[in-house]
Design a protein around this ligand. Structure first.
Ligand code: 9PG
Length: 476
């Protein structure tokens, strides 16, 4: 069939089509749209928070990958393994005049493939709905975003997160000292990250937290802050006590082998099977326990584990996270390492890129291992910039901003780029202990937390933040 979109006419294959605000709604398990131009670039949307999300050159061959068993599960493996360019849920082609043809799924569990003369959308299972639009980049993405679940009520938070300064080296004494230090700064949340638990799956305070997690939450509250806690509810490793006790809870393939769930902390990761009622009850109880200790801001990490292997698991994921959302009513849920489109409507906040790090790029990993998902400011900025259109659907978390020059290889201009995204999304977080900061850096952190600065988008890669114009073209 043929359809008219704005000033162009194009050919497409779908079961049915209907005009809607800003574009066309299509039905079908698989739909094909033939662009009225030879496409220059493909908007490749990564599956989860850490996955590559950017405009890619369709002529550029996809490059070799890390060996499977060492790969961080930072994307839907189907997307990585295909020799064609595929994205998760949404894809778009850019024509010679810069106009964009977008095809986006309106349900979960879909992938979109881009070629010079084709956009192909396919649901992993069952029939599905699609949205098709043509026009200026910002407009077609905005029109798509309006058809996705809307933001939950509430404002994005101002967070002190322990990860990007102390990593797993946290302890009760260190955090109590940090709480004293940050007392003069208007943070709202003090979020304890990875390093407090006994093991993955064993979510009790370890020996570095001798008075327990409820005691720490109380100390945080006494400082006028909201206690936040990191959890990875669906992750275990082969040496987790939980795995030894409940090997049948682990997600397995048809041959009964555990499904690889990534590689981190120097070991292979395993996923709990979120399709099992006992696993859901375990995860619900875990959230209730953390809330019972006094933490009502939860960073739920490595959530892709509940959706493996990829698009096929997104319905299971949505049901599972729906249960957690219900159990944690009233708590702020920040989803991380999470399938992006399948999280909308459930998450308060959502990480939209890989981790920042106090350096621009690890070129060994980015270039020689062809992995654009590793920690580093460049990778983080690139994915976040290409997901800002989700701002109406969730609090977009671009990850923490840096103010310190101590223990940091970033140049101040590079740090400003991250700060700019926080002003835009209003999700303001840092891990910099004030004692690491020079007096002018402290002043900048204080201003960051206390001011709202007007941000204007001058173009896809340029922002005006207050008086300053920031150019993000260097991330491309
Ligand atoms: C704690 C950290 C922090 C951080 C999270 C997450 O293997 N990987 O690809 C991989 C990616 C990110 C990552 C860890 C591993 O970091 O994003 O903010 O909470 O966990 O361990």
């Amino acid at each position: 069939m043929r359809a008219k979109l704005g000033d162009v006419e194009l050919a497409l294959e779908a079961e049915s089509l209907e005009r809607v605000e800003g574009g066309i709604r299509l039905l079908g398990k698989e739909v094909r749209v033939y662009p009225p131009f030879p496409a220059r670039a493909f908007f490749r949307h990564g599956w989860q928070s850490w996955s590559l999300t950017a405009w890619v050159d369709l002529k550029e061959a996809k490059r070799p990958l890390l060996p499977k068993e060492r790969r961080p599960q930072a994307d839907d493996s189907f997307l990585l393994e295909s020799s064609a360019w595929w994205g998760s849920g949404v894809g778009a082609l850019k024509g010679p005049d810069g106009k964009v043809l977008l095809l986006g799924a309106l349900g979960v569990g879909a992938r979109v493939r881009g070629e010079e003369d084709l956009l192909l959308g396919r649901y992993a299972e069952g029939e599905g709905e699609w949205f098709l639009a043509y026009g200026e980049e910002a407009e077609v993405f905005a029109a798509y975003s309006r058809l996705l679940p809307g933001r939950l009520p509430g404002r994005p938070p101002r967070v002190f997160c322990t990860w990007y300064s102390h990593y797993t080296g946290i302890s009760e004494a260190l955090l109590l000292a940090l709480l004293e230090e940050i007392g003069d700064y208007p943070f709202e949340v003090f979020q304890v990250d990875d390093g407090w638990q006994r093991a993955l799956g064993d979510w009790e305070a370890n020996e570095k937290f001798p008075r327990g997690m409820a005691f720490l939450a109380e100390a945080i509250r006494r400082k006028g802050l909201r206690p936040g806690l990191w959890l990875a509810p669906f992750l275990v490793t082969a040496d987790s006590p939980l795995y030894r006790k409940r090997p049948e809870w682990v997600l397995r393939d048809q041959e009964g082998r555990p499904v690889p769930a990534g590689f981190n902390w120097g070991k292979p990761l395993l996923a709990l099977d979120a399709g099992k009622e006992e696993v859901l009850e375990f995860a619900v109880e875990l959230l209730r326990k953390a809330i019972g200790w006094g933490y009502d801001y939860l960073k739920l990490d490595f959530l892709y584990a509940a959706a493996l292997p990829g698009a096929e698991g997104e319905r299971r994921y949505r049901e599972a996270l729906g249960r957690l959302r219900q159990a944690a009513e009233g708590a702020y849920l920040l989803f991380c390492g999470a399938p992006v489109l399948a999280s909308l409507g459930l998450a308060d906040g959502l990480r939209v890129g890989p981790d920042v790090a106090p350096y621009w790029d690890n070129e060994d990993r980015s270039h020689f291992l062809a992995d654009p998902t590793g920690p580093g400011l460049r990778n983080a900025l690139r994915a976040s910039l290409h997901r800002l259109w989700l701002s109406e659907n969730v609090h977009v978390d671009p990850d923490v901003a840096y103010f310190r020059t101590r223990f940091n290889l970033l140049r101040p201009e590079e740090m400003r780029l991250q700060e700019g995204l926080a002003y835009l999304t209003r999700f303001k977080a840092t891990s910099d202990p004030p004692s690491w900061l020079l007096p002018e850096e402290r002043a900048r952190l204080l201003a960051f937390l206390s001011q709202e600065v007007p941000v204007r988008r001058l173009g896809p890669y340029r922002l005006q933040v207050g008086e300053e114009v920031l150019d993000y073209a260097c991330v491309l």
